[in-house]
Design a protein around this ligand. Structure first.
Ligand SMILES: [Zn+2]
Length: 136
């Protein structure tokens, strides 16, 4: 399995001028290799088009979008480091709008669920202390 890519491979990747299999191979490597992610981000940063163009590529293909469950696990902080790094790269460096929207959606759901738990815990606490106070 090829894991080393030259800068010109990565340039071509950003230009989408590689054969499909090679595009896919780089995509796959990007999922696992955080130094390769940095390399692509750096190349992209040097370009006039900026992060936007890379985002465009991602949005057009949506090949690298992590599944929604994985985004949920990411928010809960239960993903393995490699996977979490990839999601950070995908949403922060690539700025995939699709996943950013999913993330904020999920974040909303999670904080609603947390608020619910906190509220129930609070009520329980008050009931307990009320009972305790009642006895004294
Ligand atoms: Zn995405």
């Amino acid at each position: 399995m090829q894991t080393e890519f030259t800068t010109s491979d990565l340039e071509a990747y950003l230009d989408e001028s590689l054969p499909v299999e090679q595009m896919a191979a780089i995509e796959e490597a990007l999922r696992q290799d955080s130094s390769l992610q940095k390399q692509v981000a750096a190349i992209n940063g040097r370009r006039d088009a900026g992060v936007h163009a890379l985002g465009e590529i991602w949005r057009r293909h949506r090949l690298s979008c992590p599944p929604r469950e994985q985004l949920g696990s990411f928010l809960l902080g239960v993903l393995p480091k490699g996977a979490a790094d990839y999601i950070k790269f995908h949403t922060e460096t690539i700025q995939c709008r699709y996943c950013a929207a999913s993330l904020s959606d999920l974040r909303g759901q999670q904080s609603a669920a947390e608020a619910d738990v906190t509220e129930r815990r609070r009520q329980k606490y008050f009931q307990t202390s009320a009972g305790y106070l009642g006895k004294s």
